[in-house]
Every structure is written in structure tokens, then in C-alpha cells.
Design a protein around this ligand. Structure first.
Ligand code: 5GP
Length: 193
């Protein structure tokens, strides 16, 4: 998505070897016009699926997920993070290793908001090693719901998340695909084409 790539080039900051900071428009300050355009794009990419629910993880998945929900006119549910694992009968839960914080988080979703009739689109801000998405997939499986696809705002193609999801035959659509960080600059996959 050209608009997003331009914004990443303008406002993204590369930290170290493999982290992109996008707090100017995605995960601290949020640009609603850009989010609305991204929501429409997710809807276009998954328009053939009968999505009934969008799932994400708090907090940085919420903004893109809500705008996707607006485009599909379906509810958006975000998994909540907890420090300790407190299993409860009325919750689905999974353990997720946080890529940026290097700690285990436990995520959970109330059984009230996900059931076997749901056809789910997972949305997240980044795809790195795929842990956050895997956590949501295990919750979807536990609920007996059907996964229809995964929509990602920014995919780092040089990390292993994409391969994991491809191996499972999941439709993954990313709005920006980063091939590499070179000298602090972002190189997109389609820059090379
Ligand atoms: P994964 O679970 O795929 O390894 O990592 C995805 C999660 O880690 C995302 O939900 C996102 O919050 C965070 N993350 C991974 N890579 C980056 C990055 O380069 N920049 C930022 N800001 N967050 C990232």
C-alpha cells in the first residue's frame, strides 16, 4: 500500500537491527485517515470471505483492527494481556512471547465474544516471528471458530512469522512488506521488483 510505505519512509525510525518505530502514526499517536484507508484496504483484500469478527491483541493492534471492523461492519475483539497465567473457565487464553519486550505475556478473550459460528479475520500491527498471531490462532482453535485470514499492517519478511503462517496454508495479506533495514533505511520488498 503506497500511502503506508510513504508514511513509513517519512516517519518510521529503524532501531537497532530489526525494530521499526512507528509511534508517530500507528502505535502511540494514531493517524485516523491512514487507519481508515488501511481498513478499506483490508476489506478489499478479504472481501470474498464472510468475516463475522475481527480479532487482535491489545494495544497496538486495536487501531487498525477497529478501522477494519468499520469497513466490514463486524465487531472487533482485542485479546487482553496479563502478566500472570490465571486460567479462568469463562476465558480462552494463550501464552505469547513479546518480540519487543522480551517477556511472556498471557492473552485472553472472554468466551462471550468468540464462538464456533465465528469466521475470523486476525489483524495486527506487525508480523515478526509470528508469536502474537500464533497465540490468537490457538484461541480461535480453542473456540472452534474458523480462521479466514490474517491481515498485517507491517510485515518484516526477513523474520520467520510469514513462513510459519504460509506452512499452515493461511491467507496472509500485509499492507507493507519490509525486505530489510539497510543503514537505518527501510527497504520494501516491492522496491526490489
Ligand atoms: P511477533 O509476535 O510476530 O514476533 O511480533 C509481533 C508483535 O511484536 C506485534 O504485535 C508488535 O506489537 C511487536 N513488534 C514486532 N516487531 C516490531 C517492530 O519492528 N516495531 C514495533 N513497533 N513493534 C514490533
Amino acid at each position: 500500500m503506497r500511502l503506508l510505505e510513504e508514511r513509513i519512509k517519512k516517519d518510521g525510525q529503524v532501531l537497532g537491527q530489526d525494530v521499526l518505530k512507528v509511534d508517530n502514526f500507528l502505535n502511540h499517536q494514531v493517524d485516523p485517515d491512514l487507519m481508515a484507508a488501511m481498513g478499506e484496504e483490508f476489506q478489499r483484500l478479504f472481501k470474498d470471505k464472510k468475516i463475522t469478527k475481527i480479532l487482535t491483541v491489545e494495544s497496538s493492534g486495536i487501531a487498525p483492527a477497529v478501522f477494519a471492523g468499520l469497513a466490514f461492519h463486524v465487531p472487533v475483539v482485542f485479546a487482553r494481556k496479563h502478566k500472570s497465567l490465571t486460567l479462568q473457565d469463562n476465558m480462552y487464553s494463550a501464552t505469547v512471547y513479546s518480540y519487543t519486550k522480551k517477556v511472556n505475556n498471557h492473552i485472553s478473550i472472554s468466551k462471550k465474544f468468540l464462538n464456533a459460528d465465528d469466521r475470523v479475520l486476525v489483524i495486527d500491527d506487525f508480523l515478526a516471528n509470528g508469536q502474537a498471531v500464533e497465540g490468537l490462532l490457538s484461541i480461535i482453535e480453542e473456540a472452534g471458530a474458523q480462521l479466514e485470514g490474517v491481515g498485517i499492517v507491517i510485515e518484516k519478511t526477513f523474520q520467520k512469522g510469514r513462513a510459519l503462517l504460509d506452512q499452515r496454508g493461511i491467507q496472509v495479506e500485509s499492507l507493507a512488506r519490509i525486505a530489510a533495514f539497510e543503514d537505518g533505511q527501510v527497504v520494501f520488498l516491492d522496491d526490489n521488483q
